[in-house]
Design a protein around this ligand. Structure first.
Ligand code: HEC
Length: 140
C-alpha cells in the first residue's frame, strides 16, 4: 500500500501539465474552434486566422487589450481566468514562431478590465493596431 502511494504521486503530478493542455483544447474547441477551426486557421477573410499574427499584435501598444475586446472573445461565456488561460493557450499554441519569449501572460485581472469594453468596430481597431505593428517592425 505504502509502496503504491509513493509510486502514484509522481505519476499524478507528471500527468497534470498534459491534462491542463487537454483542458485548454476542450475550452478552445467549445467556444472558439467552431469559427476559428481546430488548428486556428479560421476562414479568412470572414473569420481571421489565429496563427502567427497574434504574436505580433501583442507586441504593440493596445494589442493585448485588442485580443480581449474582440466581440467573440469578450462575450465568450467563460470566467476571466478561463478566458485569460484560453488566450494564452492560443498564443503559445498557434503563435510560437512570432511570440516574444519575454511575453508576459495575460492575467484574469487584465481580462476583467478590458472585456467590458467590447469593440464596436473590431476591423477598424485591427487596422490601427496593425499599422502600429508595421511602424515598430520598420523601425527595428
Ligand atoms: C461565431 C464565430 C466566432 C467565435 C465563436 C469566436 N470568434 Fe474570434 N473572431 C470571429 C470573427 C468574425 C472575427 C473578426 C472580428 C469580428 O468581426 O468580430 C474574430 C476575431 C478574433 C480575433 C482577432 C484576430 C485578428 O487577427 O485580429 C481573435 C484573437 C479571436 N477572434 C479569438 C477568438 C477566441 C479566443 C475565441 C473563443 C474564446 C473566439 N475568437 C470565438 C469569429 C468568432
Amino acid at each position: 500500500m505504502h509502496a503504491c502511494r509513493r509510486w502514484l504521486l509522481p505519476v499524478v503530478l507528471c500527468l497534470c501539465p498534459a491534462l491542463a493542455a487537454a483542458d485548454q483544447l476542450a475550452v478552445y474547441m467549445l467556444h472558439c474552434g467552431g469559427c476559428h477551426l481546430a488548428d486556428g486557421r479560421g476562414n479568412p477573410p470572414e473569420v481571421p486566422s489565429l496563427r502567427d499574427d497574434l504574436g505580433r499584435i501583442v507586441q504593440v501598444e493596445g494589442g493585448r487589450d485588442y485580443l480581449i475586446r474582440v466581440p467573440g472573445v469578450a462575450q465568450a461565456p467563460v470566467s476571466n481566468q478561463a478566458l485569460a488561460d484560453s488566450l494564452n493557450w492560443v498564443l503559445s499554441q498557434f503563435n510560437g514562431a512570432t511570440l516574444n519569449p519575454e511575453f508576459r501572460q495575460l492575467s484574469a485581472e487584465e481580462v476583467a478590465a478590458a472585456r467590458s469594453h467590447i469593440l464596436a468596430d473590431p476591423l477598424k481597431r485591427r487596422q490601427q493596431i496593425w499599422q502600429r505593428y508595421l511602424a515598430v517592425a520598420a523601425g527595428e
